[in-house]
Design a protein around this ligand. Structure first.
Ligand SMILES: [Zn+2]
Length: 362
């Protein structure tokens, strides 16, 4: 199994898809170097939700004074270390990411809840450090599946860890909304993970509890392929105003496979998706993503994430696209939906480098 992992990771690293600066997308107006971007859902907007993209699936979402974090990860490791050696937390990259956060007067202590979409290392490695160092408040709520719990079990002892498997949407008539605040709620919905290369889907299954018994120091070296995916989830975030839904976002930490990761009709009937946050990495290895999902949810705006090369140092000033992902194919699939045939894609799709704050006005 390990050999298969190495072989295909190698294929990814040395594949013909060479990382490059996203110049083409910049020309099209989809990618911008600006560290603040405005996403206007309604020209007569009264409210702003701040969404900071920090790289891979790592997001901070701030509504008034409440902050939620998704998939905390800054510690990019080289492809060679990921495939043949061991990966580890990186203090410099973490500090760099923290500076991006602090620039917008956000502190880790403002975080109310942390959600993990799945348990691959590039979605949760830095969670252990945040917990171990007490950078977040003791009373935060962490939501992750069983595989996530296995990985960080030695770091959550003084915190509230909620098993996402027991909150995930099963019954559309009676969804288990998580009330983060009276005006902010989150629903965990089933999703899936696109293959990493061709039909090859790496690091599937549940993490080995014995291996992570020895994960006791957040800065120690670990095998990337021990971070098994577990269950992959997506999230629906609602901002409420006096019991009505004022804004709704769909947040996906992975591209999905056929008949997976869609939003149920009952949920959409209640309120449509205003904003979709969709990841690009390895989207071209599915036959359905993002077009099936977009056809179903028809979001007003889309923020694209997990698009940069995370096998390079965490250095947004030297940003390159992720290897083995075909961006043109992604956009061609978007165009095929015909949802935006009369609209310039630049008015719908937004892409920023890690650290970018999207002011979502609604
Ligand atoms: Zn993943």
């Amino acid at each position: 199994m390990k050999n298969t992992f190495l072989l295909f990771l190698l294929t990814i690293l040395f594949s013909c898809s060479v990382p490059h600066y996203p110049k083409k997308y910049e020309k099209q107006g989809i990618f911008s170097n600006d560290s603040i971007q405005n996403v206007v859902l309604n020209n007569e907007y009264k409210n702003t939700l701040q969404i900071q993209y920090l790289g891979c699936g790592n997001l901070l979402i701030k509504n008034q004074n409440d902050v939620i974090a998704i998939d905390p990860f800054f510690s990019n490791n080289s492809g060679i270390k990921t495939a043949f050696g061991k990966i580890k937390f990186n203090q410099n990259y973490f500090n760099k990411g923290t500076n991006f956060i602090n620039r917008f007067n956000i502190d880790y202590k403002d975080i109310n809840s942390i959600f993990i979409s799945h348990s691959h290392y590039d979605h949760l490695l830095d969670l252990a450090y945040l917990l171990e160092k007490g950078l977040v408040n003791k009373n935060i709520n962490i939501y992750g599946d069983n595989s996530t719990r296995t990985i960080v079990k030695n770091f959550i002892v003084n915190y509230t860890f909620n098993n996402a498997d027991s909150f995930v949407l099963k019954n559309e008539v009676n969804p288990k909304w998580i009330n983060i605040k009276p005006n902010m709620r989150m629903l965990i919905i089933p999703s899936s993970h696109a293959p990493h290369f061709g039909k090859i889907h790496l690091m599937k299954g549940h993490s080995d509890s014995n291996y992570f018994n020895n994960f006791i120091n957040s800065t120690q070296k670990l095998n990337a392929n021990q971070f098994k995916e577990g269950n992959t989830y997506a999230f629906i975030l609602d901002i409420m105003q006096s019991d009505t839904i004022a804004f709704r976002a769909l947040i996906k930490g992975a591209g999905c496979e056929v008949n997976n990761g869609e939003v149920s009709k009952e949920i959409l009937k209640e309120h449509p998706i205003d904003l979709a946050i969709l990841q690009i990495a390895s989207a071209n290895f599915t036959d359905c993503y993002p077009q099936n999902l977009l056809n179903q949810i028809k979001p007003k705006k889309v923020i694209l994430t997990h698009w940069e090369d995370f096998f390079k140092p965490y250095a947004p000033e030297k940003i390159k696209t992720v290897r083995a992902t075909n961006f043109n194919y992604f956009l061609s699939q978007v165009r095929k939906t015909n949802i935006w045939s009369n609209t310039d894609l630049k008015d719908v799709f937004y892409m920023g480098k890690p650290g970018t704050m999207f002011n979502v006005n609604y």
